[in-house]
Ligand binder design. Structure first.
Ligand SMILES: [Zn+2]
Length: 250
């Protein structure tokens, strides 16, 4: 590709580059924020899923504990039965009193265990319904994330397409000028809020608003050299004589 070397032609190329980068920047920002939202939604979902798994594990532990306590109660009830049988076989009154005391103790024990099991049962029920509610919420969240992803899929792919197309256009433009110039442009673009080429408006740089020295304005008007703002380094052009796309007017 024949390299453009005339300062006015180079300036035109740089202005086209700026116009294209303005275009691509908006699309990129839109794409990044969309992807950012999706990522955020998914990480919230992951967190809630992990919490739910943890809750279910705790529920499992409580259920195991409940089963053990129920088993203990059954054992205690067996003991009661045995003590009752023993009581029937007792003839001496002293022994009768002793077995009767044992029976009382077992009954008391059973009462305590039943209370404990009842409380445990209530807590487990409550925990179960908490998990159910959370499970529903996570399901809703998941379907919201999925529909968000589906809704955004088309927009994302069209943005990708657009970025790709703009990159092709950009490459075609960039190839017209010296690579070192492109690198300088990119450096200024990054350092100066994505604006590397600006118009001189009322004798001042449109980027940093500092007054442009008259000899530089003259140089711009002569078109004899590429002019950069001495304060912000941006490439300068005279606002009249070009349209918005950076095309030189006939
Ligand atoms: Zn400036």
């Amino acid at each position: 590709m024949a390299a453009v070397t005339e300062p006015t032609q180079i300036l035109d190329v740089l202005r086209k580059l700026q116009a294209i980068d303005d275009d691509i920047r908006d699309v990129r920002e839109g794409r990044d924020s969309m992807l950012g939202n999706l990522t955020k939604l998914n990480s919230v979902l992951e967190e809630r899923d992990a919490q739910l798994i943890e809750m279910r594990e705790k529920l499992g532990e409580a259920e195991t504990w409940y089963a053990k306590k129920t088993n203990d109660l059954d054992l205690e009830k067996d003991k009661l039965q045995k003590a009752k049988v023993k009581l029937n076989g007792v003839s001496r009154s002293r022994e009768y009193v002793a077995v009767n005391r044992e029976l009382d103790n077992i009954r008391k024990n059973i009462g305590h265990r039943e209370d404990e099991i009842e409380r445990l049962n209530l807590a487990i029920e409550e925990f179960r319904s908490t998990i159910e509610v959370e499970d529903e919420k996570v399901k809703d969240l998941r379907s919201a994330a999925e529909s968000e992803e589906i809704t955004n899929r088309d927009a994302l792919s069209s943005m990708d397409e657009r970025i790709g197309a703009v990159n092709v256009r950009r490459e075609a433009i960039v190839s017209q000028i010296d690579r070192r110039l492109v690198r300088r442009y990119d450096k200024i673009f990054k350092a100066r809020d994505s604006v590397a080429v600006v118009a001189v408006i009322d004798g001042a740089c449109g980027g940093c608003q500092m007054n442009t020295p008259p000899r530089l304005i003259e140089a711009i008007l002569r078109g004899s050299s590429l002019v950069q703002c001495p304060y912000c380094n941006r490439y300068l052009f005279q606002s009249s004589g070009h349209d918005e796309d950076g095309e030189a007017e006939a």
